[in-house]
Ligand binder design. Structure first.
Ligand code: ADP
Ligand code: MG
Length: 266
């Protein structure tokens, strides 16, 4: 089959409040992503980016989240219609997720080497000692200095940038087809941000695809092969040519975002 790796079709994402009220965070979103591409979803805070992105690995707690319409086709299969078992296997092996806050997704109680090795041991058919060797290799790959020592560290003993490198190792080491990163550098200072972005760029190969969420057009310029702008839950503009977008954004809101980003750079 020649379809896209990820095809989001006419997707709406809503949340039901305790009083039964319904808030729709994303409406009629359609996006597609192929291997070798990196799609950035950009937009202001609250525009619905995370609601869309986190629907893909079904990491939105449901309830309160639900999907009144649309499909999320991953390799042609609708994630919203998968059984819990299918979903678990896709999520573990084929989709890697990098969050803004690495400390929230690493266990504070276990040494990072053990966490990485355990994930490999659980999901790949390898011995514990092979898993440890691969964990070490990945710490090396993501640029952690003295990786042998760091295997024994607990997450809180590492800086935010180093924690994010561990998260990236965790997300990438099982060789996912799709990597979803939701504001992966927002919590980091500027120099570390750009190191983490280059790292992600170098590790996401042409056989995999990156869905990157950001409110920062500087990140889009560095990372995207295509982009979608969201506002108030809707995709208001998409572009397959990122430089053409920056030269001439077509929606007034995109123009305002680009102008704002230029001002910040000066
Ligand atoms: P973004 O990632 O662009 O900042 P989000 O997808 O996180 O946007 O949020 C979009 C809208 O959905 C926001 O108005 C937010 O308050 C609302 N929202 C997010 N999560 C929930 C939830 N669990 N319950 C109710 N509303 C939510
Ligand atoms: Mg968000």
């Amino acid at each position: 089959m020649n379809g896209s790796l990820l095809e989001i079709e006419n997707l709406s994402v809503s949340y039901r409040g305790e009083d039964g009220s319904v808030f729709t965070a994303a409406s009629e979103v359609s996006l597609s992503l192929n291997r070798g591409e990196s799609l950035c979803i950009v937009g202001e805070s609250g525009s619905g980016k995370s609601s869309v992105a986190m629907s893909v690995p079904r990491l939105l707690p449901s309830p309160p989240a639900f999907w009144p319409q649309g499909r999320i086709l991953f390799d042609g299969k609708d994630i919203l219609a998968m059984s819990p078992k299918e979903l678990r296997s896709v999520r573990a092996r084929r989709i890697g997720v990098v969050f803004q806050d690495p400390i929230g997704s690493l266990s504070p109680l276990h040494r990072i080497g053990d966490q990485l090795a355990e994930t490999l041991f659980l999901h790949c058919d390898v011995s514990r000692s092979a898993a440890r060797a691969t964990a070490l290799e990945w710490l090396h790959k993501v640029g952690i200095p003295e990786p042998e020592q760091r295997l024994k560290a607990y997450p809180h003993e590492l800086s935010g940038g180093m924690q994010q490198r561990v998260m990236i190792a965790m997300a990438l080491m099982l060789g996912p087809d799709l990597i979803i990163a939701d504001e992966p550098t927002t919590a980091l200072d500027v120099t570390v941000q750009s190191q983490i972005l280059s790292l992600m760029r170098s590790l996401v190969g042409k056989d995999s695809a990156l869905l990157l969420i950001t409110h920062d057009l500087g990140v889009v310029a560095k990372m995207a092969s295509k982009l979608a702008v969201m506002k108030d839950g809707r995709v208001i503009e998409t572009a397959d040519d990122v430089s053409a977008f920056f030269a001439n954004p077509s929606h007034p809101h995109s123009r305002a975002l680009v102008a704002e980003a230029r001002k910040m750079e000066l």
